[in-house]
Design a protein around this ligand. Sequence first.
Ligand SMILES: NC(=O)c1ccc[n+]([C@@H]2O[C@H](COP(=O)([O-])OP(=O)(O)OC[C@H]3O[C@@H](n4cnc5c(N)ncnc54)[C@H](O)[C@@H]3O)[C@@H](O)[C@H]2O)c1
Length: 260
Amino acid sequence: MSTTSRFQGKTAVVTGAGSGIGRASALRFAEEGANVVVADVVEETGRETVRLIEEGGGNATFVDVDVSDSESVQRMVDTAVDTYGSLDFAHNNAGILTGFAEVTDVAEEQWDKLLDVNLKGVWTCMKAELPVMEAQGSGAIVNTASEAGLVGMGGLSSYSASKHGVVGLTKTVGLEYASREIRVNAVAPGPTNTNIQSSVGGSGGNPESMPFDTSAMVDVPMDRVAEPEEIAGAVVFLCSSDASYITGHTLPVDGGQAAD
Ligand SMILES: NC(=O)c1ccc[n+]([C@@H]2O[C@H](COP(=O)([O-])OP(=O)(O)OC[C@H]3O[C@@H](n4cnc5c(N)ncnc54)[C@H](O)[C@@H]3O)[C@@H](O)[C@H]2O)c1
């Protein structure tokens, strides 16, 4: 990994940075010169991301965070400011996916847990990040939504509801901060080669064998899944000055699914 200077002296916080899209994003921020706060609920994988960044010559700090817990999220933001002196970029990315089930078969505790991490978790992060960015007079936030936040997906009612919520929250907070030098956008990945995909297979089985329409989950015009680095590229673009007039937007990064 070689470092370039586009984000030199800047600080990025990435949640869910121990795996998949979050790890790719953390590595990419570091490659672009940013100091990175690697936040995850799993310490071992988060520390491995820090090791990978340091191995490449970058700066990173691990923070143990559960995004559904506002106190731990506040500690994450405090760590960024205390360690590196600012919070310039935030990729609010941590998310979970439980197995496929028709809406009447979704257990209440499963619904609550998923919404707590995927939707409330984005809110807790923005609530802690925005005051710091506002005091600085600048900042850019990217939330991870999903293709399931743009269209319905049979068998994924709680996940789809959470991601539609992320899209709505992104639009709204984007508007609220549009005149305050803070941009808020989202990426909507299509199927991406990460551990989350196996969590669906593990508890819910193959989407192609489900008794409802899951085509939006499996049909990709480009005929392949994304690699996490392809999502990370869109995240750093949205944080960069190349995206200086973009806010409140959700960018599909989905091999053409949203156009289908
Ligand atoms: N992989 C896909 O196909 C896909 C598609 C669309 C959207 N997404 C979204 O991308 C995001 C990242 O997922 P991924 O695919 O990289 O999965 P992943 O499972 O590889 O990574 C998710 C990371 O989030 C962490 N995490 C889970 N709960 C957390 C919590 N409460 N607090 C802090 N960290 C927590 C996990 O420990 C893990 O490191 C998620 O929001 C997911 O919904 C993924």
